[in-house]
Design a protein around this ligand. Structure first.
Ligand code: FAD
Length: 335
C-alpha cells in the first residue's frame, strides 16, 4: 500500500488555560528528528480559545508549520470538540505521523483519533526513530514491567501514532528567529455535539497546582514522616525550590496524602530534575516511579535503607533535623 499522500509529522500542543504544556514542546524535539528522517515537515497543532502563547512557543521550539483552530468551545479540553477538530484536520491534510503527550487529555484524544482513523497507536514511548528502508517510525517502549523493550511498527496504516509521557524527553533548543507557516482553520463544533462540560476546577489536595509529572523538583515523604501535619516541613522545602510535594504509598494508606500525590508503580511515574526521598525506605514499587529522576537525594535514618542504592546523594539522619536545616540554608542563600 502506498502512503505517498500522507505527509508530515504532527505534534499536538496541549494547553491549559491558554498556556502550552511542556510535553508538547518536548515532543517538538522528537518530532523534528522524525520529520528530518522522513524528509517531511514538522507541524504543531494548536486548538484553544486563546492560542497566541502556544503558537509562539511552537514556533520557538522549531515547528515548520502550525495549524491553529480557535473557538470559545475549545477553552477547555473535551474529547468531542478536540477530536472533531483533529479529525477534520487529518481529513484535509493527511498527516503521516502524530505525536501526543501521554497526559490525561492526550491519552484520551490520541485513542479517539486512532480508533476513528482505524490506525495504530503506541502508548508511552521512550525512544523514537525512523526505519529508513520502510519509512515506518520505530516506536520503542518498555514491556513486561520494564524487563524488555519492545519496538513497535505501524506498517499497514497511516497516520502512525504514539504518545510519550511528560518529561520523557527534553525540550529542544529554542530558536527565536524561526518563522513557521501559520494555517488558521475555521472549524467549529456545535454545542449539541459536546457531551461533557467543565463546571469548575477543584484542587485535588492542598498542594500547589503543579502536577507531579510536570514538576522539576519533587520532595516526597514516606511513612517515616509520622503524621499528616509533618508534611508541612516538606512543603516548605518544595516551596523554596519551586517544586511540589509527593509521597510513598504508605503515606497515602495512612491518610496523610491523597492518592494523586503518590509516586510509584501504582501512582505517578515522575522525572523531575531533583527528587528528594524523605523517610522513604525505597521499595521496588516506589523506585519504579522515580528512578528516572535527574538527581535523587535520599534522607533516611537507616543507613541500610534500599533507597540509598538509587540515590545520587544520601543523607543518613533524622528527616526532622535535616529538612529544616536545608530550608534554612537555602533561604539564607536566596537573600
Ligand atoms: P517504609 O517502608 O515503612 O519506610 C519508612 C522509612 O522511613 C524507613 O526506611 C525508615 O528508616 C525511615 N524513617 C523513619 N523515621 C525517620 C526519620 N525520622 N528520619 C529519616 N528517616 C526515617 N509504594 C509506593 O511508594 N508507590 C507505589 O506506587 C506502590 N505500589 C505498590 C504496588 C503493589 C502491587 C505493592 C504490593 C506495593 C506497592 N507499594 C507502593 C508499597 C511498597 O511496597 C512499600 O510498602 C512502600 O513504598 C513503603 O513506603 P515507605 O517507604 O514510605 O515506608
Amino acid at each position: 500500500m502506498s502512503f505517498d499522500t500522507y505527509r508530515d509529522v504532527w505534534v499536538f500542543i496541549e494547553c491549559f488555560q491558554g498556556q502550552p504544556k511542556s510535553v508538547g514542546l518536548e515532543l517538538l524535539g522528537q518530532g523534528r528528528k522524525l520529520a528530518d528522517g522522513l524528509k517531511q515537515r514538522l507541524c504543531a497543532v494548536v486548538i484553544g480559545k486563546e492560542t497566541e502563547a502556544a503558537v509562539k512557543e511552537s514556533a520557538a521550539y522549531g515547528a515548520d508549520r502550525i495549524y491553529v483552530v480557535k473557538g470559545d468551545e475549545y477553552e477547555n479540553y473535551s474529547a468531542d470538540a478536540y477530536g472533531h477538530v483533529f479529525l477534520k484536520l487529518c481529513e484535509t491534510y493527511k498527516p503521516n505521523t502524530i505525536l501526543v503527550g501521554a497526559t490525561v487529555n492526550g491519552r484520551d484524544l490520541g485513542s479517539k483519533i486512532a480508533v476513528s482513523l482505524h490506525t495504530g497507536l503506541t502508548a508511552d514511548c521512550t525512544a523514537l526513530s525512523v526505519d529508513e528502508e520502510t519509512q515506518n517510525v520505530i516506536w520503542e517502549r518498555p514491556a513486561f514491567g520494564g524487563n524488555l523493550y519492545a519496538q513497535i511498527l505501524c506498517a499497514d496504516t497511516r497516520p502512525q501514532m504514539g504518545t510519550c509521557r511528560p518529561g520523557a524527553f527534553k525540550k529542544p533548543e529554542r530558536r527565536e528567529n524561526n518563522r513557521p507557516e501559520i494555517i488558521e482553520e475555521d472549524i467549529h463544533t456545535p454545542e449539541s455535539q459536546i457531551r461533557t462540560r467543565v463546571l469548575e476546577f477543584i484542587k485535588a489536595c492542598e498542594e500547589n497546582d503543579m502536577r507531579l509529572d510536570e514538576a522539576e523538583v519533587i520532595v516526597s515523604g514516606g511513612r517515616g514522616m509520622k503524621s499528616k501535619e509533618n508534611f508541612a516541613v516538606l512543603r516548605e522545602l518544595a516551596d523554596v525550590l519551586g517544586g511540589t510535594v509527593g509521597c510513598s504509598r504508605a503515606a497515602v494508606d495512612a491518610g496523610w496524602m491523597p492518592q494523586s500525590r503518590q509516586v510509584g508503580q501504582t501512582g505517578s511515574t515522575v522525572t523531575p530534575k531533583i527528587y528528594f526521598a524523605c523517610a522513604i525506605s525505597g521499595a521496588v514499587q516506589h523506585v519504579a516511579g522515580m528512578s528516572g529522576s535527574g538527581t535523587i537525594v535520599a534522607i533516611n535514618k537507616d543507613e541500610t535503607a534500599p533507597i540509598f542504592e538509587v540515590a545520587d546523594y544520601g543523607i543518613v539522619g533524622d528527616v526532622f533535623e535535616i529538612v529544616p536545616a536545608l530550608v534554612k540554608e537555602l533561604k539564607a542563600r536566596k537573600q
